[in-house]
Design a protein around this ligand. Sequence first.
Ligand code: NOJ
Length: 555
Amino acid sequence: MEPDDMRWWQRTIAYEAYPKSFQDTRGQGTGTIRGITERLDHLASLGVGALWLTPVYRSPMVDNGYDVQDYRAIDPSFGTMADMDELIARAGERGIRIVMDLVFNHTSDQCPWFLESRAGRDGDKADWYLWRDARPGGGAPTNWRSIFGGSAWEWCEERQQYYLHTFASAQPDLNWESPDVRQALFDVANFWVEKGVGGFRVDAITYIKKPDRFVDGTPDGEDGMARIHDMTANTEGILDYLGEFKRGVLEGHDVFSVAEANGVPASDLPRWVGADGVFDMLFGFDHMHVPMGAAEEWCHAPAWRLTELKQALTGYQTSTAADGWCPVFFENHDQPRSVDNFLPAGADRTQAARCLATVLLTLRGTPFVYQGEELGYANVAWPSIDDYNDVSSRSQYEFALREGFSEAEALEAVHRFSRDNARTPMQWDAGRNAGFSSATPWLPVHDDYASQNVEGEAAEADSVLSWYRELARLRQDHDELLCGDYHELLADDERIYAYTRASANATATVLANLSVEPAGYDPGLTRGSALVASTHGGATPGMLRPLEAVIYETR
Ligand code: NOJ
């Protein structure tokens, strides 16, 4: 690929904001859309051109907005539609396009569509959700366990039937078999296209197509249930629906799509992305599953090796090499902080974050930076499960207790993987509540805010934030980092992640020591190349200091 062939969303850096925790402008302890507008300068300084907002639609907030009540309204806690229009316009002036989160697998149980559907079996929307009778003799239709724990079926008195929910019971799954449902969802997306957004992140998309027959799965735990993911993810025929979405929404508009696709293996990516695929990019989770385990049972997290992580990242790079594009990400609002997730305990956090940032911004693909990652945030460790807000943290805690772990062990797993790790408020300065809000924040500010905050880090040449800004500039100045081919080096090395990015005119060699020990490599790898950047300032060919990352270039 040549630089001129690249689309704007391939050249840029994307940033994910969690609006509830970004910037409060009303003294209410939760963030607002106006708060995001006020902080656009910070994003511009990072070279961000696409800003993904997790859902800001009207919602009862059982799952912090992923339970949508009205896709065409802004939740009053975030502000108004006028605020949203203003954000789209002001961001546009800075070359930043807004990316909306489309939650299309399910709605809130307070969505008027669901209220109508549950009212009876004869109405227009009777089949908009997945209703089933009880088993003969009573009980849920299948033994599927929802992703947030407990049965994936909820009994509805009004309709005298069960409805299916992949996530919480307040998030009933839509029935994509209904052409009316599909059209209603495409209309929603087009409403936002008309508003001028630049793209969509599509939530939980692998679950929209259910199997033809609903049958019990083999129980995998004490509760006699089977994971719904194993029964319904990535079901044959899903791409037909998504092809309709492509034709009905994406085609003919300058909007990009990136879909959350848990359950799509890297080898399957060519069917999903690229010229004949349905999306521009897919968030795969192979690399996240290395420390967490593919079953995503936090208490059963495996021991892991760096080579497994490198293999997962290389899988995405190679499966999209010929045709297609990757999002590159180490964090999002569902994941723990990357310095704790991917680097050894005890690693110097600033060095660790700078080392990971080097990889994040030099792999082939669009980097997605998650709020706070650019400051080097680490996990929190609150003393009791009652301190946690996240619905999945509570269910994982209870699951761990059922599996025979002690309360302390269950809490340790929550400390390690809780989604709240990523949801604490943005730290803008060293003042009260880190400049996030004048009121008590909905989740406590991390207690390191006096040293990790935007104002302080902007003033320090060696900070994580300064390194992100430098990498963003480098990426623009070196075409091979934007569009060069990826080739992995030292694949068996358990300390160093190394690769080249080669374009017609230049080759960059990136070496990152993701360990807390010094690591040697064959100096022949970089002989004749010029050092372009180093996390530690200067570099010794053939040797990397702990957590050192370097970029060399040959022209
Ligand atoms: C994935 C989202 O990222 C997560 O936050 C949410 O809980 C589920 N999908 C359900 O919408």
